[in-house]
Design a protein around this ligand. Structure first.
Ligand SMILES: Cc1cc2nc3c(=O)[nH]c(=O)nc-3n(C[C@H](O)[C@H](O)[C@H](O)COP(=O)(O)OP(=O)(O)OC[C@H]3O[C@@H](n4cnc5c(N)ncnc54)[C@H](O)[C@@H]3O)c2cc1C
Length: 354
């Protein structure tokens, strides 16, 4: 790939913006084109980064490596633009039932998990505010990214560099020009598609096993007894911007008939019921709901690499429900592939689905 001509990045969510920052760090030119929609998956994400996740209490995939890459990038951006977006935060994991508590007793002997947990004393205050009949463990080494603030600050910075444009790029509007690609009278060395769930609309990517999940995040006011951690028991409450709490979330695969930002009232009501019955002892006030679609694949893995039918085009997708953790590492890896021909990690290569 020519390093003199810029890279065209289509889409300014976590994928596109982390890729842009990786190019900035290498001193390479780019143009990022984004529709600047008010609500996107990246803008409304709770932004949580959690080492031990899921019903089975597993260490998140390559967590130490990915979290180090994430912290490095977000903190470098904080220094560059001023501001604080990446907050270290611990998590209080309440066991769902006796079976999960027993599973944890076994898991807690695993050396790889040792850096990421601490015993949680049984406190009356905890039981007064949360449903914790089966006990809890403290999860350490996590974080939350204020995604909206990070994206807005990045956009402002790229605008001052002349590298950010509000607009829409259609794949059909790109014209091949020798080894380069032309779009609106400008030539690009490569095009990286960071368009989130809407990649599903590209016919020539239809073979990718998308498993798109609409999700909602609630903004709530709640008295949580001085708790400042993320608290989770299937559903969760987490610190959000402006000192408010957020709560979530839903996974709705059947959103097509309603549209990406229209939640199903029944799915939302189910979330409220779970929050009331399984997590929060005290009532809360609902201040808002935001809904978007996660770009996820079957098996929850990422899908990055060359767009097979189009020379010079790359896909950066499949961040799923872990975009904050995954995007910085994936952006760096994709650039190594594009610039230096490094082989793609087979665990993220989209061609594993071909
Ligand atoms: C309710 C909810 C909660 C979540 N919570 C978390 C969490 O706690 N932690 C976490 O890590 N992740 C979370 N996620 C997931 C996270 O949001 C995603 O992994 C991530 O945002 C995906 O980023 P993306 O850049 O691939 O896609 P998107 O955020 O969808 O960005 C794509 C961008 O491309 C633009 N675009 C699309 N087509 C075009 C085009 N043709 N031309 C120009 N622009 C275009 C769109 O407008 C958009 O700005 C959550 C998601 C949801 C919905």
């Amino acid at each position: 790939m020519s390093q003199a001509a810029p890279v065209l990045i289509v889409g300014g969510g976590l994928a596109g913006v982390t890729l842009a920052w990786s190019l900035v760090q290498r001193g390479l030119p780019f143009l990022l084109v984004d529709r600047a929609e008010a609500v996107t998956s990246s803008k409304i994400a709770a932004g949580l980064v959690t080492p031990i996740t899921g019903m089975r209490l597993n260490l998140s995939w390559r967590y130490p490596q990915l979290e180090a890459a994430a912290r490095r990038l977000y903190q470098a951006v904080e220094s560059k633009v001023g501001g604080h977006f990446y907050h270290q935060v611990d998590c209080l994991r309440l066991f769902r039932d006796a079976e999960q508590a027993a599973l944890w007793r076994r898991r807690s002997t695993q050396p790889e998990l040792a850096p990421f947990w601490q015993a949680e004393p049984d406190r009356a205050c905890l039981r007064q505010h949360f449903h914790a009949p089966f006990g809890a463990v403290g999860i350490v080494g996590g974080a939350w990214l204020d995604t909206a603030a990070f994206l807005a600050a990045s956009q402002r910075h790229f605008e001052t560099m002349g590298c950010w444009l509000q607009g829409e790029v259609q794949s059909s509007s790109l014209v091949s020009s020798g080894a380069l690609w032309r779009w609106q009278d400008r030539e690009f060395a490569a095009v990286v598609w960071c368009v989130g769930w809407e990649a599903v609309k590209e016919e020539s990517l239809a073979w990718l096993p998308f498993r798109l999940a609409q999700g909602s995040v609630l903004e709530i006011d709640a008295a949580l007894g001085g708790e400042s951690r993320v608290v989770t028991r299937g559903c969760w409450v987490a610190p959000g911007p402006n000192g408010r709490w957020r709560a979530g979330t839903t996974y709705d695969l059947a959103f097509a008939a309603r549209g990406p930002h229209e939640p199903d009232p029944a799915v939302l009501e189910h979330l409220h019921a779970r929050l009331r019955r399984t997590l929060l002892q005290q009532p809360y006030d609902l201040r808002g709901v935001q809904t978007a679609v996660r770009p996820a694949m079957e098996g929850s893995g990422m899908a990055i690499g060359r767009w097979p039918q189009r020379a010079g085009h790359f896909v950066f997708n499949g961040l799923g429900s872990k975009g904050v953790l995954r995007a910085p590492w994936a952006a760096e890896h994709l650039l190594e592939v594009m610039l230096h021909g490094q082989p793609l990690d087979p665990e993220v290569d989209l061609m594993r689905f071909a």
